[in-house]
Structure formats: structure tokens, C-alpha cells
Design a binder for this molecule. Structure first.
Ligand code: CP
Ligand code: NVA
Length: 300
């Protein structure tokens, strides 16, 4: 594994190996026995979109491993003024040991990896959010013990989260069902792959998707970059909400997950969110551990 561009690039074994290392790093941190696995290593963090969790967990994570993180806002980089990503990649490769990038087009992340000579980590694109899903898988395993036989249900937009969760669920042996309005399905190629490689359902019925689910996942109706579609999306997604009715249809011990930030009263009710806050914030914490594992794998 040279980069983390999208989950479909990783084998099941590579995913499990990251999760095992993440568990180990979490244990070491809790017990105060963490080593400087990345002493002196420098990771550039390019952000073309806002972030709370990704930025802070990467910066804190690289620091805890003995390395250094450079926050690089696209507002301040020449990339924001049109310098090509091919050139940025070749320049940053001369200074740094790795780059994390959050941007719009997946192609930009792929190009950064293609033209640079250092590992690239996708910190979210319109297409994928692999770091989030590694943390999600880690959290599911903590709560449920194993993946095989679990049903994960996603309620809402077939966005970057839905794409990456589909791949993560199928690769780890879970079944995956998404409820979304027509026209808002996940990426067509990912759905095709999921159907060929596991148990994947796409439906307009929330009730059908969440029936007997072990894990219920949701995300915002309008992602970053879709601000102008907010109104149209609010209309299309009304009814695609994780609420008490959903919870009745799922297994009694179903977990609820959200990558955050959450919009209470839209994709999830305040009541369900607060009832499952423990899982949701464990999930947010695990961003730190999962990404530390990714950094150790790629930069060490
Ligand atoms: N879940 C997530 O990626 O959060 P941020 O947008 O705050 O980084
Ligand atoms: N789908 C959301 C995820 C945020 C972490 C977005 O892209 O804005």
C-alpha cells in the first residue's frame, strides 16, 4: 500500500491490518506507552474545504507519533490561484514525507499521487471519504466484535460517505442497504461492484433498508460544495431521516453512526442522535486512531 486514495484500492487484508494497528495504537495511547513511530516525519495537510475532525485528528495524530503536520489552506497556497496539482505534487515531494488532501474532484487526489513521489492520503473528496470509513469500521468492530453477517443500512444521499461505506462494508463481509430518493444513488460503478461482490441493496424505502439492521448510518442531505442545491435537496430528502420509526424497524441493539457534522431535524432527529451519542463520538474519536495507523503504514 503506497497511498490511501480510495478504499477500493485496498484489499480486505490491508483494511484489516490498518484496523488492527489502529486498535494497537489506541491501546498504547490509553496506557501511555506510545512510541515515536514517525519521529521527524512531516505531513502536509491541504484543505480546499472546511474541516473540524479531519484537520484536528491528523494534526494531533502526527504530533503524537513524533512528527509534524503543516496545515495548508488552499486560500493561502498557489494551488488556490491556479498552480497545477502536477506541479504542487512535485514541489511538495521535495519537502515533505506525505500529503493529506481534502478537495472536490477525486482526480486531483489521484494526480497528486501520480506526479508526486510521496504517499498521498485522501481526506475527503466528492467521491470518497476513506479515512472516515476506516474509523467507522474500527468502531463497528469495537461494538459488535466482528463484521461477518452484520447488516449496515444507510439512510440518505448516495454521496462520498455512501460510496466509501459501500466498499468498506462489502470488503469486510457486511451486507449493505441504502435508502435514497431516485436520482441520488451512490456511484454506478461502485453499486455494480458491490452487487457482484456481496449483498447490496438500493431502495427508495427507508423501512426496507433499515429492517433488521445492526448498524444505521446517515449523513447530511447537502454535502460541502452543494450549498446551492440545499433547498431542492431538502425537498427530495424529506422522509429520509433516522428517527424513532427507523429504530423500531432495526435490530433492538442497532448502533447509530454519523460522520458529523450532523443536522438535527434533517437527516437525524435530536432524540436518536442523543440516544446514540456514545457511539457517534466514539466514532469521531476513532478518526484519530485509524488515521495514525494509516500514517504509520504509509510514512514509516
Ligand atoms: N467527518 C469529517 O470528516 O468531519 P470534518 O469535515 O469536520 O473533517
Ligand atoms: N458528505 C459530507 C461529509 C462531511 C464529512 C460532505 O462531503 O460534506
Amino acid at each position: 500500500m503506497k497511498h490511501l486514495l480510495k478504499l477500493s484500492d485496498l484489499t480486505r487484508e490491508e483494511i484489516l491490518s490498518i484496523l488492527n494497528l489502529a486498535d494497537q495504537l489506541k491501546f498504547e495511547r490509553v496506557n501511555g506507552v506510545q512510541k515515536d513511530y514517525l519521529k521527524g516525519k512531516k505531513l502536509g495537510l491541504i484543505f480546499q474545504k472546511a474541516s473540524t475532525r479531519t484537520r484536528v485528528s491528523f494534526e494531533a495524530g502526527i504530533y503524537e507519533l513524533g512528527g509534524y503536520g503543516l496545515f495548508l489552506s488552499s486560500n493561502d497556497l498557489q494551488i488556490g490561484r491556479g498552480e497545477p496539482v502536477q506541479d504542487t505534487a512535485r514541489v511538495l515531494s521535495r519537502y515533505l514525507d506525505g500529503i493529506m488532501i481534502r478537495t472536490f474532484a477525486q482526480q486531483e487526489v489521484e494526480d497528486l499521487a501520480k506526479y508526486g513521489t510521496i504517499p498521498v492520503i485522501n481526506g475527503l473528496t466528492d467521491y470518497a471519504h476513506p479515512c472516515q470509513v476506516l474509523a467507522d469500521l474500527m468502531t463497528i468492530r469495537e461494538y459488535k466484535g466482528a463484521f461477518k453477517g452484520l447488516k449496515m443500512a444507510f439512510v440518505g444521499d448516495g454521496n462520498n460517505m455512501a460510496n466509501s461505506l459501500t466498499v468498506g462494508a462489502i470488503k469486510t463481509g457486511m451486507s449493505f442497504a441504502i435508502a435514497c430518493p431516485k436520482g441520488y444513488e451512490p456511484d454506478a460503478k461502485i453499486m455494480e461492484w458491490a452487487k457482484a461482490n456481496g449483498q447490496f441493496t438500493v431502495t427508495e424505502s427507508v423501512e426496507e433498508a433499515v429492517r433488521d439492521a445492526d448498524v444505521i448510518y446517515t449523513d447530511v442531505w447537502a454535502s460541502m460544495g452543494q450549498e446551492s442545491e440545499r433547498q431542492a435537496r431538502a425537498a427530495a430528502f424529506s422522509g429520509y431521516q433516522v428517527n424513532a420509526d427507523c429504530m423500531k424497524a432495526a435490530k433492538p441493539d442497532a448502533m447509530v453512526m454519523h460522520c458529523l457534522p450532523a443536522h438535527r431535524g434533517e437527516e437525524i432527529t435530536e432524540e436518536v442522535f442523543e440516544e446514540h451519542a456514545k457511539e457517534i463520538f466514539d466514532e469521531a474519536e476513532n478518526r484519530l486512531h485509524a488515521q495514525k495507523a494509516v500514517m504509520v503504514k504509509l510514512l514509516k
